[in-house]
Write a protein that binds this ligand. Structure first.
Ligand code: P1T
Length: 385
């Protein structure tokens, strides 16, 4: 489906989510993109085919997802991967031995692990910095810096990074700026429009939206980067199967309405936690007391569905609380319609324990779902008792 409507006006996000890459099937009229469960494609003669040769290289269901994701990010291209980490791994493969990466100091633990414990062996060095102060990025840049890796809002402390300013600093050093946009989603934040070169997603999260699939994506506008990343994707093979691509595409259709509700529920919960005497500190970019609240309001349409907090009684009390919730499932991951709770240092960020990236031990992270918010607050209230 063309991303343009008559008179050259772009279709709105909600319309693109449902139609981009998803025109009715030409042969059957099926309104929904079919799951092309095929590994290979018959050729009329050697090299004479309908655009597909082998499903690691390309698959029509995956292609539909890629067209849709590109349109949502305002990108000219997107590539879908088997997981968020497979997408990150492909981006890391753009680098060569001797290159240096400046990484935000609050990111998904697996992103740090990938650079610190896998790509270190390929001779790629790493400096984690607090990017809420953009001048820290400038200070960390060396002549070898090729990549500046931003995650905003960050996982799990919900720090907000000024994408425009940090991308400009990266570009002055001739480095690429990438934004992991998993927490915000393209509905709330469009990093490419703010100057980033690449945007990355764990589509496992809000884009998939139903905790039933693992996936990832990278999008951008530079055709040379697309060519190189597609080459790496095909050479290394971290592609999603057709059914997984289809699940992510189905999730994307309702992204806008879900994100509105996630943000509304999370705002109510953050305010409730802030007022509760048992709570020591709340991390949510939608609270006026968040140190980058103003930047969040400028850069994002809404503050998103993730809330972190600490309780006054400390880590043992936090351990107890997360095992007592009834609606919030104690589980890793985020972004599904159902609410989840976890202790990052013991769970999603165990791989950064003992590093400068380690979150506070008693930190509780909520992925606020789209259930009734009074039910969710009642659940937290009884768990904190
Ligand atoms: O799990 P996977 O689809 O491979 O995505 C990795 C990833 C990348 N970026 C961010 C911001 C993420 O949060 C994740 C995965 N995060 C979790 C599993 C979690 O619970 O935080």
């Amino acid at each position: 489906m063309s991303a343009r409507r008559p008179r050259g006006k772009r279709l709105a996000f909600e319309t693109l989510a449902i139609h981009a890459g998803q025109e009715p099937d030409r042969t059957t009229g099926a309104v929904i993109v079919p799951i092309y469960a095929t590994s290979t494609y018959a050729q009329e003669a050697v090299g004479k085919h309908k655009g597909y040769e082998y499903s690691r290289t390309g698959n029509p269901t995956r292609a539909a997802l890629e067209t849709c994701l590109a349109s949502l990010e305002g990108a000219t291209w997107a590539l879908a991967f088997a997981s968020g980490m497979a997408a990150s791994d492909a981006v890391a493969h753009l680098l060569s031995s001797g290159d240096h990466v400046v990484l935000a100091d609050d990111v998904y633990g697996g992103t740090y692990r990938l650079f610190a414990r896998v790509f270190d062996r390929a001779g790629i060095s790493l400096t984690p910095v607090d990017m809420t102060e953009p001048r820290n990025v400038r200070r960390a840049i060396t002549p070898q810096t090729k990549l500046v890796w931003i995650e905003t809002p960050s996982n799990p402390l919900l720090k907000i990074v000024d994408v425009k300013r940090v991308a400009r600093i990266a570009h002055e050093a001739k480095a690429l700026a990438i934004v992991d946009n998993t927490f915000a989603t393209p509905y709330l934040q469009r990093p490419l429009e703010l100057g980033a070169d690449l945007v990355l997603h764990s589509t496992t999260k809000y884009i998939g939206g139903h905790s039933d699939v693992v996936g990832g994506a990278v999008a951008g506008n530079d055709p040379k980067l697309r060519e190189r990343l597609a080459f790496i994707q095909n050479a290394a093979g971290g592609v999603p199967g057709a059914f997984d691509a289809w699940l992510v595409l189905r999730g994307a259709k309702t992204l806008a309405v879900r994100m509105e509700r996630h943000a509304r529920n999370a705002t109510a919960i953050a305010k409730w936690l802030k007022a509760d005497k048992r709570v020591a500190r709340v991390y949510y970019p939608g609270l006026r007391t968040h140190p980058q609240a103003e930047l969040a309001a400028m850069q994002m349409r809404a503050p998103g569905g993730m809330v972190s907090f600490e309780v006054k009684a400390g880590e043992p009390a936090a351990q107890r609380a997360v095992s007592r919730t009834k609606l919030f499932a104690l589980a890793e991951s985020l972004g599904g319609v159902e609410s989840l709770v976890e202790l990052p240092l013991a769970m999603t960020h165990a791989s950064v324990r003992g590093t400068p990236l380690a979150p506070p031990p008693g930190l509780i992270r909520l992925s606020v779902g789209i259930e009734d918010v009074e039910d969710l607050i009642a659940d937290l209230h009884q768990a904190l008792a």
